[in-house]
Design a protein. Structure first.
Ligand code: CA
Ligand code: CA
Ligand code: CA
Ligand code: CA
Length: 327
């Protein structure tokens, strides 16, 4: 059994991940924990603009009674928790829900109260039934602790099944917004002629910091796109490159004036010195996954441009797309 269980757990997670990817939901409920600081006899009224003391995703609501800090939150007494998200019902039928809590708790499905287990009490159960259609339903659970012991467990009994803690695969919340794509660009105004990459003092601050989706700046004598920089500047782009398929990757930097590329701290392209729009390339074997990337570029004067391209294994040459870059 010991060997089999992790496999089942892994498959379960994989399945849950695939199931949720399409509708942008992830397992678990959003838990908002409020420290209230004074005794409670029933559910508090929380002002809409009050920020929670702790906000996190709880995979299940299966919190044993404790007199210590409440399961990683540091909250001991006089607190209130609101869990929200979706309840994924696998098939139509009559579902029994059970809240066991110290002190009060209550359950809402699609805005309708199913369990009212309020007031001050020990770790006691209360149940409620709901006739539900297969699919996702709005879920809200509230819980408060006055003092001494605190615990809260949310279980169900689906049609024809036995009582169990409602699993994370049935509790969902909207996925966080995907991480911004592109590279972090730091633009430095050097203010004097440059023969090559400048050495910046640690104290030197960029005049501009932004995320550039791609490095795709054709040559111009005007201001460098989106900046006020014309001449005598230096740019450092940093972030991660996501490689889909292991193999030989060719990278290209075409720039006026100099540029260079580092991957995982190793220089892949040297295109330094003063020059017109000239392209240089470098090849590197990369494993699938994330790689640290740094592109440096400087402009002395007159024309300024920088283009960063690649040719992945079995692909054609293109500007490195924002979808594989993260700042
Ligand atoms: Ca307590
Ligand atoms: Ca209590
Ligand atoms: Ca220029
Ligand atoms: Ca130039």
């Amino acid at each position: 059994m010991k060997k089999i269980q992790p496999l089942f757990a892994a498959l379960g997670l994989l399945f849950a991940g695939q199931m949720c990817a399409a509708d942008n939901l992830e397992p678990g409920l959003v838990g908002e924990y409020f420290d209230l600081g004074s005794s409670l006899e029933d559910f508090p009224t929380i002002p809409a603009d009050q920020k929670p003391t702790v906000k996190r995703v709880d995979q299940t609501i299966n919190f044993e009674s404790t007199q210590e800090g409440f399961h990683g939150t540091g909250l001991v007494d006089f607190f209130y928790v609101r869990w929200t998200g979706k309840l994924r019902i696998p098939k139509d039928g009559n579902y029994t829900f059970i809240l066991e809590s110290d002190d009060g708790s209550r359950l809402f499905i699609d805005g309708k109260q199913i369990i009212d287990h309020n007031g001050l009490h020990g770790m006691e159960e209360k149940s409620g039934d709901a006739e539900l259609k297969a699919g996702d339903h709005e879920l809200k659970i509230e819980f408060f602790e006055n003092d001494v012991d605190a615990g809260c467990k949310f279980s169900w009994r689906p049609p024809g099944a036995t009582k169990e803690i409602v699993p994370a695969t049935a509790l969902l919340h909207p996925a966080a917004a995907p991480a911004q794509a592109g590279l972090q660009g730091e633009y430095f105004d050097i203010g004097e002629a440059l023969d090559d990459f400048p050495t910046l003092s640690a104290a030197k601050k960029p005049v501009l910091k932004r995320v550039d989706k791609t490095i795709n700046f054709p040559s111009t004598q005007e201001t460098f796109p989106g900046t006020e920089l014309v001449d005598f500047f230096y740019v450092r782009w940093t972030g991660n490159l996501r490689v889909a398929k292991e193999g030989k990757h060719t990278f290209f930097l075409e720039s006026d004036d100099g540029s260079r590329l580092f991957i995982d701290g190793k220089q892949v392209i040297a295109n330094g010195g003063r020059h017109h729009m000239i392209e240089k390339s470098g090849e590197v074997e990369l494993t699938a996954g994330q790689h640290a990337i740094k592109v440096e570029y400087f402009e002395n004067e007159v024309d300024a441009g920088c283009l960063f391209s690649w040719q992945p294994p079995a692909g054609s040459k293109e500007i490195v797309p924002s979808s594989v870059l993260s700042p």
